[in-house]
Design a protein. Structure first.
Length: 163
């Protein structure tokens, strides 16, 4: 009986704890024209009004700073070639840092997608399924161990009765 309450407590804590310590990844994309950096959380929600700092290649002072719009976009027009550093910070712990390579035609040299904290991010559905699987796995191991102990105890008791 005391193990049942322990199992319930462990299951509840296992369900609650990942939610409390869950960290958010950040994603971003860059587009041609003036260069537009789009910053969003791994859920797809825009990083609205986040602080942006842009550093030109080999520059000591920031090239530009400001905030993203409500859609998480920030536009800038590079004036020199090389690797531009774009940092988007929402000031509550989420930060996207993207290196933007610009060539002679003032176009991007690489693909448009950049990852922040996590390159490969699981969807919410996959995370929920993984959490439920862990809970069932731990519960299964616990109840198997408890049943095994009960089986041994019953077997010993039967052996005593037959003597």
């Amino acid at each position: 009986m005391k193990y049942a309450s322990l199992a319930i407590f462990v299951s509840i804590m296992t369900a609650i704890m990942p939610r409390l310590i869950h960290a958010h990844g950040v994603q971003g994309s860059v587009e041609n024209g003036g260069l537009v950096v789009t910053a969003q959380y791994d859920t797809g929600e825009a990083m609205s009004y986040a602080r942006v700092n842009i550093a030109a290649p080999a520059a000591k002072l920031p090239f530009q700073s400001g905030r993203t719009d409500r859609n998480g976009r920030f536009c800038f027009f590079p004036d020199v070639l090389g690797e531009w550093k774009v940092v988007v910070d929402d000031e509550i712990g989420h930060r996207l840092e993207v290196m933007v390579p610009v060539n002679e035609a003032m176009e991007l040299k690489t693909d448009k997608r950049h990852g922040g904290k996590a390159e490969c991010s699981l969807s919410r559905c996959e995370k929920a399924l993984m959490g439920i699987s862990i809970i069932f796995g731990i519960s299964g191991i616990f109840f198997w161990w408890r049943g095994r102990r009960s089986y041994k105890r019953d077997k010993e008791e039967l052996g005593r009765r037959h003597k």
